[in-house]
Structure formats: C-alpha cells, structure tokens
Design a protein around this ligand. Structure first.
Ligand code: FAD
Length: 449
C-alpha cells in the first residue's frame, strides 16, 4: 500500500464542493513537481493502487472526492507560474495555481485569461483543464479548451506527456492535450498547462434586463448578439425564483426597479476600448429590445463597482445552495430556444413528484447551458425522483446532462442519455489504453467494468 501521509486524511480532502463523501482514503500525497507525480503514479500502477486526483475541490460532480482505499493525489503544491511570454500572451502555469492568482498575474501586465468562475478563489488550473470549465465568458471566448495550447500530464503508468506545446499552430501528431481537456482525471494527471491569453479589455459594462413575460429568450439573445457583435462577453439568465432567493439570502444586493418583480432577468456584459462608445452601444441595443417588446426595464452599470454589484446577483448560487442542502444540481445542455418550455415542464413535473422541494433555474443563456437546483432532497429516492423528472424531459443524444461540470460520480449512470453506444465504447477503449488497471479516478465518468 502506498501512503504519503501519516494519520487520517484531513476532512477537507474527503469531498468536493457538494460535500458528499464516498469513503475513506488510504492516504494523501502532495507531490511538489511532475517527476514526483510520475514516480508516485508508476508505483501506484505497479501495485494497482487506485488514486483520486484533486485540484481545488470546487467541482460539483464528486470526481475529486476519494472512495474507500483510494490514495488522494493533491496537485496543490504545483502552484508556480513557470513562464510568462508578455509579447506573445502565453503563460505556463503549474496545475495547482489558483485561477484568481493567475488572473491577477496576467491582468497586471495587460493580459486576460478569459476563463472566469465564481469559484475563482479556490479552483485550480489543473481542475479547470480537467473539467473543461466554462463559466461566464464562453459566449465570447469559448470554454477552457479554447485557451489551452498544450499540457504536461502524467499517465497512469508514470510516463510524462509534454513539455506543453506553446505554439499557436502545431499539427505534429495527435492533439493529446485536447483529449485530456475535459477527461476529469480519468486519462492522466495534468501537471502544467500552457495557456493562450487575450489582451485585457479596457472597459466592461454590465446591465440587468427585466424580460417581458411573453418574450422568447432566443429572440432577446439574437437582438443583443446582433446589436453588440464582438463586444458581447456574457449573457446570463435567472428565473424569478432565483432572483428572489438571491435577494433574500443577500439583503445587501442592490434594489431593483419595481418592473423587475416576477420577471426573468438577463445579465448582459459588453467589453470594449472606449467606455463612452461601449455604453452608447449597450444602451442603444437595450433600447431596441424595449422597442421590440422584448424587455420591460433595464439597469446599466455606471462603474466597475456597480458592475460587481450586478454580477453579485448571478453569483449568489452558493448562498442559494446553502439554503436547500442536500440539493440536486443540474447542468443541462439544451438549445436556448427550448429553455422556457423546459423550465415550465420541469416545474410541473417537480410539483407532482417533489411538491415540498424548492427549485431554482438559471444559466449561461449564451451557451445553451441551463442550471437547476432542487432541494432539500434528504430522503432516499428524492434525488432519483428529481433526476428522473428533469432528465426524462431531455431529448436523447441532442441534449446534454452536463454542459460544463462534468460527469464525475454523480452523473455516470445517465451518460448514455447524451452519448451513443459507439461513443461510449470508444471512450472505454481510450481509458483501457491509457490506464489499463483503471487506477486514475476509478468509477468516475463511467462505472467500473
Ligand atoms: C460557486 C461555484 C461556481 C462555479 N461555477 C462554475 C462555472 O460557472 N462553470 C464551470 O464550468 N464550473 C463551475 N464550478 C465548478 C468548478 O469550480 C469547476 O469545475 C472547476 O473547474 C473545478 O476546479 P477544481 O480545481 O476545484 O477541481 P476539483 O474539484 O478538485 O476536481 C474536478 C475534477 O477534475 C479532476 N482534476 C482536478 N485537478 C486535476 C489535475 N491536475 N489533473 C487531472 N485531473 C484533475 C478531479 O479528479 C475531478 O474529477 C463552480 C463551482 C462553484 C463552487
């Protein structure tokens, strides 16, 4: 047995953000470099020792939480910025670098990593890569995959892939890094990432829009996309229950005009070079939405601080979750045109099967990503009932049971709703080829064979 810590493993390493525990690990390893990760995995491979790979443990799919007999492999000590090309806008960071640390480092030099999540203060670059994290600016910049130029990663047998590609174009052989992005620690352990940055926008403006009751969400989005073009950097939607719960949980949130009561609220962010021009463009675009009968009222930020107070409404998810634990979280991929009908149908079903539970809907509207929180679900069977209620509304194969959070442990029994039998077989073949003894994150993404 391989154990790198003495005594029981500290509680914080036993679960991810959801708090669910799956068992008792045999120990904790916190290697300080890729060579140490490689030596550890080679030994684990030889001894068939299962490993639970951990970043910042802000994941919500249970992937980072260890099970019985697993060795926790934390990447937290790989926390160095190893190279920063300030001309090319390329940074090479250790897997354990906290996202916010990297954001602040590059922003001080006029660059920006487009990825931004409310968990920025704890999640790590390796975890962001492993989950192909999305966040709030996917509508403009894409998910983490679009920022990854190359990776250094350790395979289950201890062999080290890399060094990370830092070139903008490189077609020399298979894109192994792209394969590892989003593989949730099941195909390899990310130790370093080369990331492509974008110039830091000079200004950002944020607005909250109260949608007219009958306005189709995709029509509002189309109006904003056409009006803002390249300047559009975030499009987030919240249904009325979410807005009310956020304001109840955080009374300090800015008061909204009366026209916002009981309406869906859209958060829109634009980026640009010139504050006045961006403000004019945003206001003209909102004006068109109002004239077209899509929007009832709007609030536009006047300063960065003001913008942060509008974002705080959307970022109150943690407070809402805390009020309904244990909750069931949904991360659905559905074309935006179908969001309103889906929410109405889901509410109806939930009312039938879980009438005592509360449900909150919100999402990254610009990315076809609808989130829901349903809880509290304390009794056995309530989680299954909530999942059945929502997943059975999804059209098979052309929708997703997870748009950004990943399958982890929590959704593995539902993967076949979103992927074909051939897809599943190909994924299993890849897993067997790269990790023949299934030591890495066993029982995540798909069930043990
Ligand atoms: C308040 C809040 C808001 C969030 N908002 C978003 C959001 O908008 N968009 C979004 O996509 N996610 C969001 N998340 C989920 C989470 O923050 C992301 O999934 C994040 O990318 C996880 O990073 P982590 O370092 O915490 O990874 P962990 O939770 O530690 O791990 C997540 C998965 O990645 C694997 N892993 C971790 N590090 C490595 C590594 N170095 N090599 C290989 N595998 C590894 C783990 O085994 C696990 O399967 C949010 C979470 C919270 C709590």
């Amino acid at each position: 047995m391989i154990s790198s810590s003495s005594g029981p493993v500290e509680t914080r390493y036993l679960h991810d953000w959801t708090g669910t525990r799956y068992g008792t690990p045999v120990g904790l390893a916190c290697p300080g470099d890729a060579a140490a990760v490689a030596a550890l995995l080679a030994a684990c491979h030889a001894q068939r020792q299962p490993v639970a790979v951990q970043g910042g443990r802000t994941g919500v799919s249970g992937g980072a939480a260890p099970g019985d007999g697993e060795l926790v492999l934390s990447l937290e000590r790989l926390d160095g910025i190893e190279a920063f090309d300030r001309h090319a806008g390329v940074i090479v960071a250790g897997a354990g670098v906290v996202l916010q640390t990297l954001q602040e480092t590059v922003e001080a030099e006029g660059w920006c990593l487009p990825l931004d999540l409310a968990s920025r203060g704890s999640c790590q670059i390796g975890g962001n890569v492993a989950t192909n994290a999305g966040g709030s600016r996917v509508v403009k910049y894409g998910s983490m995959r679009q920022s990854v130029l190359g990776l250094e990663a350790v395979l289950a047998d201890g062999s080290v892939l890399g060094p990370p590609n830092c070139l903008v174009k490189n077609n020399a052989g298979y894109a192994l890094s792209a394969l590892l992005v989003g593989s949730e620690g099941t195909l390899g352990v990310v130790t370093r990432a080369a990331l492509r940055l974008v110039p830091l926008p000079a200004v950002r403006r944020t607005a909250l829009l109260a949608l007219q009751a009958g306005a189709a969400l995709d029509a509002v989005l189309a109006c904003l996309r056409r009006g803002l073009g390249d300047a559009l950097s975030a499009l987030e939607v919240m249904w009325p229950d979410f807005v009310d719960a956020a304001r109840a949980a955080r009374p300090e949130l800015r008061a909204l005009p009366p026209a916002f009561a009981g309406r869906r609220v859209l958060l829109v962010e634009g980026e640009g070079d010139d504050d006045v021009r961006l403000g004019e463009r945003l206001e003209a675009c909102i004006g068109r939405c109002i004239d077209n009968g899509l929007v009832a009222d709007a609030v536009v930020s006047a300063s960065a601080r003001d913008a942060a107070s509008l974002w705080a409404l959307r970022e109150s998810v943690g407070e809402i979750q805390a009020g309904i634990r244990p909750y069931v979280g949904f991360d659905l991929g559905i074309a935006c045109a179908g969001h309103d009908d889906f929410v109405a149908a889901a509410r109806q079903r939930l009312q039938q099967v879980l009438p005592q539970q509360r449900a909150f809907f919100f999402g990254h509207a610009g990315d076809d990503n609808l989130h829901a929180l349903v809880g509290p679900c304390e009794q056995p069977g309530q989680r299954d009932a909530a999942e059945a209620a929502l997943y059975e509304l999804l059209a098979p194969l052309c929708t997703s049971i997870t748009a950004e959070h990943g399958i982890g442990r929590k959704k593995l029994h539902h993967l076949a709703r979103s992927r074909s039998a051939a897809d599943m077989a190909a994924m299993r073949s890849l897993k067997r080829a790269l990790d023949p003894h299934a030591i890495l994150n066993r029982g995540r993404v798909f069930a043990d064979e």
